[in-house]
Design a protein. Structure first.
Length: 261
């Protein structure tokens, strides 16, 4: 991880325009604020483009997508592309229904994301690979490296496949992240908030692969730090400690040293 990327985010406080799902708005906003970004949540089509025009990055998350919201996502995405700011596309549950698959295909026809982030089942679904899913979760296994690389080449974008070991395809190479904690899978919106943190890191002046690795590594370290606290007994006590940890420096998360980050 590059600590300078985290510091650059905090120095600039990037405005991240979210068109995201209803379940995670509060958590995503608070988590991004703790990390050092500035969230705005705006899904009305009449303002989506204008909001993207003043933002530093855009997050498109289809977790609770309604058909009427797709036009707003496309409008914000087109404006972001024209402006040259990063877009994180999170195809939540795309493997679950044909409706979600159609929505993502429509967005990808109109918008070029900087990064597509999802679990193995979601990314596999985008390239018609076979991994078992249940609802919005991935429960099967496959060759994640191949899936990430195939998706990256097919959509000409960086790919993040989250899992026990996160796989990143960016800058024409595979990058891995092993930080994190199982409690992340026990709270709603952990993956969605990760998209916000990724978007913030993409606003910095570093190569995309380095930005993504730093975002995922820091996020995982924050989870590890939170889970170690003596008062944390499960998901309910983990969540506020995790938000606290997102506000720390990489050095604080790593026990006061820069080693291993």
């Amino acid at each position: 991880m590059n600590p300078d990327i985290i510091q650059e985010v905090r120095n600039s406080t990037p405005l991240i325009h979210h068109l995201t799902n209803q379940v995670v708005m509060n958590f995503s906003a608070n988590g991004l604020l703790a990390f050092g970004g500035s969230p705005v949540m705006a899904k009305e089509v009449r303002e989506a483009s204008d909001m993207a025009d003043i933002a530093d990055a855009v997050v498109l998350n289809i977790g609770t997508i309604l058909e009427g919201e797709v036009e707003a996502m496309i409008a914000a995405g087109k404006t972001a592309n024209k402006k040259g700011i990063p877009i994180v596309l999170d195809p939540v549950g795309v493997a679950a229904t044909s409706f979600r698959k159609e929505i993502i295909e429509k967005i990808l026809q109109e918008v070029r994301p900087t990064v597509i982030k999802g679990n193995a089942g979601e990314i596999a679904s985008l390239v018609n690979a076979d991994i078992q899913t249940r609802g919005v979760d991935s429960v099967g296994e496959g060759n994640i490296d191949d899936i990430a690389e195939k998706a990256g080449k097919q959509f000409d974008t960086a790919i993040v496949v989250t899992g026990k070991i996160d796989v990143i395809y960016a800058d024409r190479k595979l990058i891995y992240n092993q930080t994190g904690h199982p409690l992340l899978s026990s709270i709603t919106g952990a993956g969605c908030l990760l998209g916000s943190v990724v978007a913030a890191c993409l606003t910095t002046s570093y190569p995309v692969g380095e930005q993504l690795r730093s975002a995922l590594s820091f996020y995982g370290m924050a989870a590890e730090h939170a889970a170690k606290q003596s008062h944390v007994q499960g998901p309910g006590t983990f969540l506020p400690s995790f938000v606290d940890a997102l506000s720390f420096t990489p050095k604080q998360l790593n026990g006061g040293t820069e080693d291993g980050i």
